[in-house]
Design a protein around this ligand. Structure first.
Ligand code: ZN
Ligand code: ZN
Ligand code: FE
Length: 754
């Protein structure tokens, strides 16, 4: 029986080779009709025998292109229309924009082969791409995803490229950024004083020579500029730190290939898979202590990641980086091109203006970057890959939520490692990494990025959700918006909702949330961060928390572990702490100590906090590992490095009326004879606390979130201890740190009814 079938596909279905694929199978099965992209996805209309239509559907789902993700399909059977042939039709663009905008995807194997093939017409062409790879998110100006809506619109394709683009069976059919040496973008090299040095191949040759001779260069990549130099050269790397005013925060390292990574680091199969994945994130891996005695091995400069065992490693992900790294064949520092915490530089003139102080040479190109996108960071936590920073390669893939949101929401996120999110129907779309929102530049960037998202998705929020912290710039921004409903949500509740959502917790379910982080604003206006909360989507009950202590000097204590340790000593010994012989105490003079004691006694500029993250700081200070911090989480990372899995014991503690009293633990740490065992016993104690509180609640599902759970050893230990009686759910798709709270905020707002 002859039927006509209309199929509407939603998801990541544009720019992934869906239409040529559909064309091929329709032709194979001799079906008539058409396929087209529209703003909600892909529409296919085919007619033929019912059995053949069924076969088409099977092939559609079974054999679809590797990057295609179909989130939903709508099928409508109708009377035949009488199509004569099968064709690919022009895109239509009316209606609601829902088609998934794709992330930027690393150069695929086939393109890489052509790139390195002397006989290929795109040999060594730094902008080679195809339907399966290349830039997307960073070049899209509007939807649907078609060349006139990308920054590639300024390049007229040459006849050869045009032919590939128009030919349905070609692997570059409708590859929007399709280009070649003749018609496409190219690179130019500038000296830091603004003089043009060279163009095209020559530019790359000089750049490579400069890196080889110890220079620092800026290179325009996919989502912005990178600063690049030889990662093995201590002098150069230190100089880069000096110029960028970045003291100790680790630099990412780009390796030429996976073999080279293995010479420098011990990686698991999972870590190898992550490094090679099409998202090509920075993966946090453990560096080797020594090379194993290979002849020409030169170790990484220690200032790449001072004081840490882990390094952030990545592989080349754009043709330009493939060319550069191939001819260097040694690892380079590849850190985002910006001044300390400012947004990554993306435009050419901006680079010449702002980066010339950091570098000797600047390699630019003329394919405009429409929006910034930093590199993503992934770490294996508790046996699973987890995102620490979700950006290039991942953003803006929509996250499907296990229910429908009742309204359109914009969630503004937090203030550190900010992402924001929009939510509608059964999806939440998280922005790329925006960064710490502290400087005028970052506040501006945040506002622009929100506007850009709303324009791209033709999105108008009904509700804006913000963190209750009155000091967050994002909160201020939210409260200043007019003509829209506004809704505040507690910080740690947002962490747990984020974890619940990505783990598919149902609407009526309850979980025990363990939200441990640096600090977040609590309902009682103190700084929370060691919370146990029974959570549903509508609300929560705080059932247990760490015993509060004072943060001496407020904000200062967040940067200085010694202040937290001193506060803990005051809690234990009162005034007697002033005379104790501990390393941290020696870093204060007598008068400072006395003033801090008075401040502690009277609660002057010393807010109460229940933060678990700060307890890591206190421990690092008592062990004299770290008295002040250069970046968030530094002390905790150092403690993690010192964990020894053979040590299973722990310290005593007490829980009374839901208050977890850590005083006995710190007493034990102070008198510990085997100091090298403190980090392990400290982390073991925290894990046991989580087990004990979990046992009091009788809830099977335990959602753990918050920056503290970026700690692999803590997360593993918790899973080990709880696996018998509980189901421990962690964050994987979005970061457990504050980069993930926008998801929880969006879901809360989308389900909220007045
Ligand atoms: Zn490709
Ligand atoms: Zn061309
Ligand atoms: Fe947090």
């Amino acid at each position: 029986m002859l039927r006509r079938l209309i199929i509407n596909l939603q998801g990541a279905v544009q720019g992934v080779g869906m239409r040529p694929f559909v064309y091929r199978i329709a032709k194979e099965l001799a079906l008539k009709g058409y396929v087209l992209n529209n703003s909600s996805g892909v529409t296919i209309e085919i007619e033929g025998d019912k059995d053949v239509l069924d076969e088409f559907l099977l092939k559609l789902h079974r054999d679809k292109p590797p990057l295609a993700h179909i989130f939903s399909q709508e099928l409508n059977y109708k009377e035949p229309y009488g199509y004569k042939d099968f064709e690919i039709r022009q895109s239509t663009d009316e209606g609601r924009i829902e088609a998934a905008v794709l992330p930027d995807i690393a150069t695929c194997e086939l393109c890489l082969k052509e790139l390195l093939d002397l006989k290929d017409r795109r040999y060594a062409y730094p902008f080679i791409n195809c339907t399966n790879c290349g830039p997307r998110f960073t070049i899209i100006e509007g939807l649907p995803y078609d060349r006139p809506n990308t920054t590639m619109k300024v390049f007229m394709m040459c006849p050869e490229c045009e032919r590939e683009y128009e030919e349905p069976v070609d692997r570059r059919f409708h590859a929007q950024p399709n280009a070649c040496m003749i018609c496409g973008p190219h690179v130019s090299l500038y000296r830091n004083d603004g003089t043009l040095l060279a163009k095209r191949e020559n530019a790359i040759h000089i750049l490579i020579y400069e890196i080889k001779s110890g220079g620092i260069v800026a290179v325009r990549g996919i989502g912005g500029f990178h600063l690049i130099c030889d990662a093995r050269d201590e002098g150069t790397v230190s100089l880069l730190r000096e110029r960028k005013r970045r003291q100790e925060k680790p630099f990412a390292v780009m390796f030429p290939d996976i073999e080279s990574v293995k010479r420098y680091a011990d990686i698991s199969i999972l870590e190898e898979a992550l490094l090679l994945s099409p998202e090509r994130p920075i993966v946090l891996i453990k560096r080797k202590d020594s090379s194993g005695g290979e002849g020409d091995f030169v170790p990484l400069a220690s200032s790449v990641a001072p004081g840490l065992k882990r390094i952030g490693a990545m592989l080349p992900y754009s043709p330009l980086y493939h060319i550069i790294l191939k001819s260097l064949s040694f690892p380079v520092v590849a850190t985002s091109g910006n001044f300390s915490d400012e947004p990554i530089v993306k435009d050419n003139d901006e680079a010449l203006r702002r980066l010339s102080a950091f570098v000797d040479l600047i390699l630019i190109h003329n394919r405009p970057i429409h929006r910034r996108c930093d590199d993503s960071v992934v770490k294996v936590i508790g046996g699973f890959p987890a995102l620490i920073r979700r950006s290039r390669g991942y953003a803006p893939m929509p996250l499907k939520v296990p229910f429908r949101l009742k309204k359109n929401v914009l969630a503004v996120g937090g203030f550190l490692k900010n992402t924001f999110a929009i939510g509608f129907d059964d999806k939440v779309i998280l922005s790329q990494h925006i960064g710490d929102i502290e400087t005028v530049d970052t506040i501006e960037y945040f506002g622009e990025a929100v506007q850009d998202f709303c324009r791209l998705y033709n999105f108008k929020p009904h509700t804006i959700v913000y963190d209750l912290h009155p000091g967050y710039e994002t909160t201020r921004w939210a409260l200043s918006q007019e003509g829209v409903e506004k809704l505040g949500i507690q910080h740690h509740f947002a962490h747990i909702l984020s974890c619940m959502t990505e783990n598919g917790i149902g609407l009526e379910e309850e979980v025990l949330g363990v939200a441990w982080d640096g600090t977040g604003y609590g309902d009682d206006r103190t700084l929370w961060g060691g919370e146990f909360m029974v959570c549903g989507y509508k609300g929560y009950r705080r059932v247990a928390y760490l015993r509060p202590f004072r943060l001496l000097g407020g904000e200062k204590a967040i940067k200085e572990p010694r202040r937290v340790a001193l506060s803990i000593l005051f809690e234990l010994f009162g005034e007697n702490a002033l005379d104790m012989d501990v390393p941290m105490r020696r870093s204060f003079n007598k008068q400072e100590l006395y003033l801090l004691f008075r401040a502690w006694q009277k609660g002057i500029n010393s807010p109460l906090s229940t933060s678990a993250g700060r307890l890591f700081d206190a421990t690092a200070s008592l062990l004299d590992i770290r008295q002040s911090l250069d970046y968030e989480g530094q002390a905790a990372m150092m403690i993690e490095d010192l964990y020894d899995e053979n040590i299973k014991d722990s310290y005593p503690y007490e829980i009374r009326n839901g208050v977890i009293d850590w005083r006995q633990m710190f007493q034990a740490i102070l008198t510990e004879k085997e100091r090298q065992k403190v980090p392990s016993r400290f982390i073991n104690t925290l894990s046991e606390i989580i087990l004990r509180v979990s046992k009091t609640q009788g809830i099977e599902k335990i959602c753990v979130s918050g920056g503290v759970f970026q700690n692999d050893l803590l997360t593993r230990r918790v899973k080990e201890l709880l696996c018998k009686d509980f189901n421990v759910l962690t964050q994987r798709k979005v970061p457990p740190n504050d980069g993930g709270i926008s998801l929880g905020q969006a879901v809360y707002g989308g389900l909220h009814c007045e």
